[in-house]
Design a protein around this ligand. Structure first.
Ligand code: BDR
Ligand code: CA
Length: 312
């Protein structure tokens, strides 16, 4: 069993990641924290609450940092629409957030539970996680591992070298990568292989017809965005890759290597620089994903989503 805090910014692919984390019985989803990213903090938090209510779960949601540590925010409406979840009709949430200081809550949960108990999965810019590490450095040795959808070893998406979550808050990513916790970076090298074709989409809908309308709404909108903005015929479902790796590490081929985050470069700001030149030093605590076992991945997604019940 993995005891998980999911820090996210839903977001179409965050929504699928959240569904997986709620659906798979091997995950105990302790709490969800939100950060401004794909859309404003207010919008992504509302989306998280609605998605959780939709499937009748009682996971506490804590909203966190509204803006990056240093940079001015630039939300991804061009991919996720005005609401952050355009294309899906969700009821406005009836529940409220359990708290508004996600970083403090992350510290509290990690410190109040046994050593090596909590796994942190992040699918948003790392603002909340950096804040938490700065508030209480001891969390970095207490966390079991940090598994993040973020970065790219080779090619970026917002710029030729920078991926959206790193680009949005590079200073936060730098803080997080410079701390002493085991990090697995699942970046675009992996997630660009998680392509949701129409066949895959049908499979997912068949696995959970009750959720079919929402899944189709999510994936169809995401497909159109990726076609228009990034010339992908079908969308890469980034964030679910981090949850799939948490459930079964063999789904991603990883390599240990030092990673530095570029925060100053005129054309390279937000780049995750992975040093693949030689064998990683013995004490290296970062690893990066390089490839995805695509069939195994969709099986994991399908199985998790099949378990969800839609609240009528
Ligand atoms: C990442 O950026 C966001 O738009 C997605 O939700 C994902 O976390 C991909 O670059
Ligand atoms: Ca995300």
């Amino acid at each position: 069993m993995k005891h998980v805090i999911l820090d996210c910014d839903p977001g179409h692919d965050d929504a699928l990641a959240l569904f997986m984390a709620m659906g798979d019985p091997q995950i105990d989803l302790m709490e969800v924290t939100t950060a401004g990213g794909n859309q404003s903090l207010e919008k992504v938090t509302k989306n998280a609450l609605s998605l959780i209510e939709l499937v009748g779960k009682k996971v506490p949601v804590y909203s966190g940092c509204p803006t990056p540590l240093v940079k001015a925010p630039k939300w991804a409406g061009y991919i996720h629409g005005e609401t952050g979840l355009d294309g899906v009709k969700l009821d406005p949430p009836k529940t409220r957030v359990a708290g508004t200081h996600a970083a403090e809550q992350i510290v509290k949960t990690i410190m109040e539970n046994p050593d090596q108990y909590v796994t942190l999965i992040t699918t948003a810019p790392l603002t909340n996680i950096a804040m938490a590490a700065l508030l209480e450095p001891k969390i970095c040795s207490r966390v079991k591992e940090v598994i993040m959808m973020l970065g790219a070893v080779h090619t970026g998406n917002v710029t030729p070298v920078a991926e959206f979550n790193t680009y949005t808050d590079p200073e936060a990513a730098k803080v997080v990568f410079e701390r002493e916790w085991p990090i697995t970076m699942i970046g675009l090298d992996v997630t660009h292989q998680a392509i949701c074709t129409k066949e895959v989409q049908q499979r997912l809908v068949k696995a959970n017809p009750e959720l079919g309308e929402v899944l189709n709404g999510l994936i169809n909108f995401f497909r159109d965005s990726y076609k228009d903005e990034e010339c992908f015929p079908d969308p890469p479902t980034h964030d679910p890759c981090a949850v799939a790796y948490t459930l079964d590490p063999s789904v991603v081929k990883t390599v240990k290597c030092p990673v530095s985050v570029e925060t100053k470069g005129e054309v390279t700001c937000g780049m995750t620089v992975a040093d693949l030149r030689a064998m990683a030093p013995k004490d290296c605590r970062t690893q990066v994903g390089l490839a995805l076992d695509v069939e195994k991945f969709w099986n994991i997604v399908e199985k998790a989503i099949a378990n969800l019940k839609v609240e009528k």
